[in-house]
Design a protein around this ligand. Structure first.
Ligand SMILES: N[C@@H](CCC(=O)N[C@@H](CS)C(=O)NCC(=O)O)C(=O)O
Length: 223
């Protein structure tokens, strides 16, 4: 199967981690969805990466849905708990992680506009979502090594791909740093978060899912 992915996408990273955890061989193709020569329109009506193309030609997009699809088609080495209550808890982590990442994307594009067009109200609203979501993730994890039960699940992939991305974003996209350091930054929002993320990042699957910053013309997208 082939994964079309963007650098340095946290959305793509969770899919890469799932593929490694489930020991599914795959080919990686890089694309820049923000640039005019992107291939996304060919495969995904929503024009976003990651996109997974199965060996039989089936095209699957939207990172959380790709995780679900992989679990159904490749049930070995499961990343979803069996009991329904645990699956519901897993879904709550997904909601929080996706909500935080979506708010970060909105902040990023707001800041890509000329400074005189920045809406401080909109930035503050989205910063509250980032801090609130991360604080709640920390409260729910509360010192445990895994978000749900005693093993790695989609909840850890969802949360880990976002929290594990924050230091990277602060370093690589300087305009984002001040928004992501509001309230003292993600580590200050709950005392358990640093250790939780460090534990995930030690896993071979997370280490193999490396990140690299590339030049992206965000201004060109919103300008
Ligand atoms: N909800 C989507 C978000 C994916 C996403 O935003 N991908 C970025 C690359 S990191 C993208 O392709 N953006 C292009 C666009 O939104 O037009 C998912 O989870 O797959």
């Amino acid at each position: 199967m082939k994964l079309i992915n963007a650098k340095p996408s946290p959305f793509g990273r969770k899919v890469v981690i799932a593929l490694h955890e489930k020991q599914i061989p795959f080919e990686l193709q890089w694309d820049i969805p923000w640039h005019a020569d992107t291939c996304v329109g060919e495969w995904n009506p929503l024009q976003q990466l990651p996109i997974l193309i199965a060996d039989d030609g089936e095209v699957v997009y939207e990172s959380s849905y790709i995780l679900d699809w992989l679990e159904v088609r490749y049930p070995a080495l499961p990343l979803v708990p069996r009991d329904a209550e645990s699956r519901l808890t897993m879904g709550r982590f997904r909601v929080l992680a996706v909500g935080v990442m979506d708010a970060i994307v909105r902040i990023n594009f707001e800041l890509a506009r000329p400074p005189e067009q920045h809406s401080q109200k909109w930035l503050a609203r989205n910063q509250r979502k980032v801090s609130g979501g991360i604080r709640e993730i920390g409260r729910l994890i509360d010192g445990k090594p895994f978000a749900v039960g005693g093993a790695l699940t989609h909840a850890d992939l969802e949360v880990g791909s976002v929290l594990g991305h924050l230091d990277f974003l602060i370093k690589e996209i300087p305009p984002l740093a001040s928004s992501l350091l509001v309230d003292g930054g993600w580590r200050s929002l709950h005392p358990c978060l640093s250790d939780y993320v460090a534990g995930l990042e030690r896993r071979p699957s997370f280490q193999k899912a490396t990140r690299e910053m590339i030049q992206i013309d965000f201004q060109g997208v919103v300008g």
